[in-house]
Design a protein around this ligand. Structure first.
Ligand SMILES: [Zn+2]
Length: 235
């Protein structure tokens, strides 16, 4: 727990992380909304913590606006049900076990039981979803002709791009797509695979996307435009 907190008008308590740096001339404030909501303050050696906190208070309106406009993170805890990769998954914590258990029920819902300490719960769930996401992406890739397969697949956590393709042959995807409807995720994968044939967004490119994806490309695109930001609500 952080020693200092910044209390927003909403009542939310934002931890403050203060670091002292030699050679620094001014106090710098960095309100961060991802991955955690925190305020980072760097202060010169000679500046007291009280002065730094007073400075932050002077910038309250600016800080409040940043935290107000950023999408609020949803904390997850044992017992919660979240949806990813097309499944409703009940999360459970069992500190007595070391490995994760993933049990798929008859109705296609699932239970994820993670072990380890309580402080590691979110991290373990996140890592599990990332790993599952990568394997589902690979399965999707394997449904298209081999000549379209990338050399390597990587996962990223970018908010600006859902997928990208490098000249070295690495195809990258934002693992946040795990929280999108299954077909929306599949659309992004097929979009990138179509770039193996057409590097542009020409009509020929879109024709290839449609061939790979099937009917409904426009719908998947629209869904991402409208709901994309919501894919960042967890973790
Ligand atoms: Zn593209």
């Amino acid at each position: 727990m952080s020693e200092y907190e910044f209390v927003l008008s909403s009542g939310e308590r934002i931890p403050i992380v203060i670091t002292t740096r030699r050679g620094l001339r001014n106090i710098t404030l960095r309100p961060k909304t991802r991955p955690a909501r925190e305020i980072h303050i760097s202060k010169p050696w000679m500046t007291s913590t009280t002065t730094a906190l007073k400075f932050l208070e002077q910038k309250r309106r600016w800080c409040e606006r940043i935290f107000d406009t950023a999408p609020q993170k949803v904390c997850i805890k044992s017992g919660d049900v979240i949806e990813f990769l097309g499944r409703r998954v009940t999360l459970q914590h069992n500190p007595a076990q070391r490995l994760n258990d993933f049990i798929i029920n008859d109705d296609n819902s699932a239970t994820l039981i993670v072990g380890g300490g309580a402080d590691m719960f979110e991290r373990r769930v996140r890592d599990f979803i990332k790993a599952q996401f990568l394997s589902v992406v690979k399965q999707m890739i394997h449904t298209v002709p081999r000549n379209l397969w990338p050399r390597r697949v990587a996962i990223r956590d970018t908010s600006s791009r859902w997928g990208s393709c490098s000249t070295s042959g690495t195809m990258s995807f934002s693992w946040r797509l795990a929280f999108a409807p299954y077909d929306v995720m599949r659309y992004v994968v097929m979009h990138e695979l179509a770039h193996m044939v057409h590097m542009d967004h020409s009509p020929e490119f879109w024709q290839t996307v449609s061939q790979l994806y099937g009917f409904g490309v426009e719908r998947a695109r629209r869904w991402l435009n409208v709901h994309g930001a919501e894919l960042h609500k967890y973790f």
